[in-house]
Design a protein around this ligand. Structure first.
Ligand code: BES
Ligand code: ZN
Ligand code: ZN
Length: 469
């Protein structure tokens, strides 16, 4: 099945794992025989979350595993086990929550492109869980997103990102067009071209379409800045060091698209990835340049390091043209969003209260936290330019994630839209969330889309004119 999940047929030879809630630990221990009690106390096991301990069978050999948890199903429930248990095959006793099983698959992730890991993850029998397909597809989508982010820019430039996207499109029989280099000028995407033109690897707009045209249209967009040097407004070394992850929005968008297609969600999907390298050369765009964007709004470049919003604005305007039911974008857009909500929460901006509420509660349900931030119109004055319709960055450093979102809002106008300013990276190890590239707000949005458009949500007729739930 995969190197972390196995089929039911093999359950017989698997080692059983029993979950014990920390609060119920004393009661459980009392009921065990003396030998088991001695083993448990020797291993200093108290059923705290993420820990496990071996228990002997009648022959005195280690026979099964007990694992601690806090009683709330989350990625952390068994997310630490695939890498802390010895390699081998395991089953989870009792009814298992989808989030816990997901946590196993997500905790089994390793990035092995340049060095093999010194161990295999432990494998879990997924058995006949009613949602095992969705679990496996969600894990695969998240692993794809992580691999793309973890791969350094040298091997993940715009052409590589386009190859990855085309591969996903081919697997699911989706249509894919890629507009490359100077052709972007012919199609009117002057901002994507300007940001990416200094790189030896030409800028491009990846555009994938999938699904039944009669189904509601949803567009997913991801910031694909394969490396962000800052451009002529060059970043200091410390700020540049992690910028291979500046295509984290694109990686998340591609992971979400893969999941939607694998699950055959009845929507008419469009995925757009503006893929560029924000590089420095004689052809680089400059502070003070004025760009012609796809929407016809002229943009003065105040700062070449505020490049993400420039590549996104050309994609957003194209997306809005079709008047879809919803536009979603993901972007590692601002340091300011990280100051506001830290590295472990996705900052969400949304021009529709019902959509925002729906995604927020789906995120809570999915252990994929998002927090809504304000599109405060009172800050729009900060984006004024003396020579063009708008500037790409505000003179004031305050509210940087908000002014970035306000910049984008000009290009979607009234189309329902949710924008995620994400970290796309785990800065520490947590069960189910290994350090490194991460898909943030992917499950929140997928769950929301499934509730709103999925089978059983509404009939086709209503779906075609669906309003936010
Ligand atoms: N890719 C960065 C934002 C970023 C930095 C995300 C660090 C995550 C971690 C983006 O292109 C950028 O440089 N933004 C600037 C905008 C400023 C120049 C207006 C920022 O946030 O400082
Ligand atoms: Zn930048
Ligand atoms: Zn950037």
């Amino acid at each position: 099945m995969s190197d972390y999940f196995d089929y039911e047929e093999n359950a017989e030879r698997a080692i059983s794992i029993t979950l014990i809630e920390s609060g119920a630990f004393d009661g459980w221990l009392e009921k065990q025989n003396q030998t088991v009690q001695a083993w448990v106390s020797r291993q200093k096991f108290t059923a705290s979350i993420g820990t496990h301990c071996w228990v002997p069978g009648d022959n005195g050999e280690p026979e099964r595993v007990v694992a601690g948890w806090n009683g709330e199903a989350s990625l952390a429930t068994i997310g630490a086990l695939p890498m802390s248990l010895p390699e081998g095959l395991y089953t989870l006793e009792g009814e298992s929550h989808e989030l816990a099983l997901l946590g196993w698959g997500l905790g089994a992730y390793r990035f092995e492109r340049y060095r093999e890991s010194d161990r295999e993850p432990a494998r879990l029998v997924l058995g006949s869980h009613p949602h095992r397909e969705r679990i496996a597809n969600t894990v695969a989508a998240t692993h794809l997103t992580r691999d793309l982010i973890n791969t350094p820019a040298g091997d993940m430039l715009p052409s590589n990102l386009a190859d990855e996207a085309m591969q996903v499109a081919n697997t699911h029989d989706a249509d894919c067009t890629v507009t490359v280099g100077d052709d972007l000028l012919d199609t009117g995407h002057g901002a994507i071209h300007a940001v990416g033109r200094a790189s030896a690897n030409a800028p491009r707009l990846i555009d994938i379409r999938w699904g039944n045209p009669k189904h509601p249209r949803v567009v997913v967009i991801g910031k694909g800045v394969c490396f962000d040097s800052g451009g002529l407004d060059i970043k200091p070394a410390s700020g540049m060091r992690t910028m291979k992850k500046d295509m984290g929005g694109a990686a998340t968008a591609l992971g979400l698209a893969q999941l939607i297609m694998a699950q055959q969600l009845p929507i008419n999907l469009r995925l757009m990835i503006p893929a560029v390298e924000n590089a420095i050369s004689g052809t680089a765009y400059r502070p003070g340049d004025v760009l012609n964007t796809y929407k016809g709004i002229s943009v003065e470049v105040d700062n070449t390091d505020a490049e993400g919003r420039l590549v996104l604005c050309d994609a957003l305007a194209l997306a809005a043209e079709d008047e879809p039911a919803l536009i979603i974008d993901y972007a590692t857009l601002t340091g300011s969003a990280r100051s506001a909500v830290g590295a472990e929460i996705a900052a969400m901006f949304c021009n529709d209260d019902e959509v925002a509420q729906g995604i927020h509660s789906a995120g809570a349900e999915q252990d994929d936290p998002v927090w809504r931030m304000p599109l405060h119109a009172g800050y729009a004055h900060m984006l004024k330019s003396k020579v063009a319709d708008t500037a790409n960055s505000a003179a004031s450093p305050y509210g940087g994630a908000i002014t970035a979102a306000l910049f984008l809002e000009q290009f979607v106008e009234d189309v329902p839209w949710a924008h995620f300013d994400i970290m796309a990276f785990n800065v520490r190890n947590r069960p189910g969330r290994p350090e490194g590239g991460e898909a943030m707000a992917l499950r929140a949005v997928y769950c929301y889309l499934e509730k709103r458009f999925g089978p059983g949500a509404v009939d086709d007729e209503v779906r075609a004119h669906a309003q936010p739930v």
